[in-house]
Write a protein that binds this ligand. Structure first.
Ligand code: 5GP
Length: 216
């Protein structure tokens, strides 16, 4: 039988079910030192779970490889980024590894109002800013009710260094900078409600799904 066909009337194609509208949509903020597998985990989650949307951030860094504007990031000039900061358009924004990154409030609000979970792949400064902002928000606000912070960590800094080298995308100078940053980022880990040690990517993915499912 053709995929999507009705079991009783095989010639009739069933409309695929729409993603369920969540009663308590989640704002899932995931942070990790560079090279920990965070992007792989987030991409897999969005690909396999239609009820979870990816929050496209703004950045002033230049696109890498196949990256596309409006898909991976909104690539902005410094001037445009500053203008949006002045207008108060960001839920959070930070300077990471020498470039500016920010999450647009509208992106989050729109997804959550539509009843969808949204996942943010952002650094520790961004999550800290959101945590601080929560206190000023009404108790019943969607963001405050749905906030879920998760930190992904490597089993050790030595393993992280090995992974960064194996990726083969960074110069020695960049690797050393990322390791140094990782030490600072790991100090923020205890502030997160959940921590996942990524020793094995499939296991880390299962843990991520379990945390999300238990939080709905
Ligand atoms: P990359 O340039 O490798 O894509 O990202 C570098 C770092 O910036 C990653 O740690 C990523 O999580 C972080 N990042 C990406 N988007 C945002 C954002 O909107 N806000 C903050 N604070 N960090 C972000």
């Amino acid at each position: 039988m053709q995929e999507g066909a009705s079991p009783t009337h095989p010639g009739l194609m069933l409309t695929p079910p729409l993603p369920t509208r969540m009663e308590r949509p989640l704002l899932i903020a995931v942070s990790a030192p560079s090279g920990t597998g965070k992007t792989t985990l987030c991409n897999r989650l969005v690909a396999e779970r239609p009820e979870i949307e990816y929050s496209i951030s703004c950045t002033t860094r230049v696109p890498r490889g196949e990256e596309q504007d409006g898909v991976d990031y909104y690539f902005l000039s410094d001037r445009e980024f500053k203008k949006r900061v002045r207008r108060g358009e960001f839920l959070e924004h930070a300077n990471v590894h020498g470039n500016r990154y920010g999450t647009l409030s509208d992106t989050i609000q729109f997804a959550m109002e539509e009843g969808r979970h949204i996942i943010l792949d952002i650094d520790v400064q961004g999550v800290s800013q959101i945590r601080n902002a929560l206190a000023q928000m009404e108790e019943r606000s969607l963001i405050r009710r749905g906030f879920l912070d998760i930190f992904i960590e490597p089993s050790s800094l030595e393993i992280l260094e090995q992974r960064l080298r194996m990726r083969g995308t960074d110069s020695e100078k960049v690797i050393q900078k990322r390791i140094k940053n990782a030490t600072g980022e790991m100090q923020e880990a205890p502030k997160y409600a959940h921590r996942i040690v990524n020793e094995q990517i499939d296991q880390a993915y299962i843990s991520l799904c379990q945390i999300i499912d238990a939080s709905v």
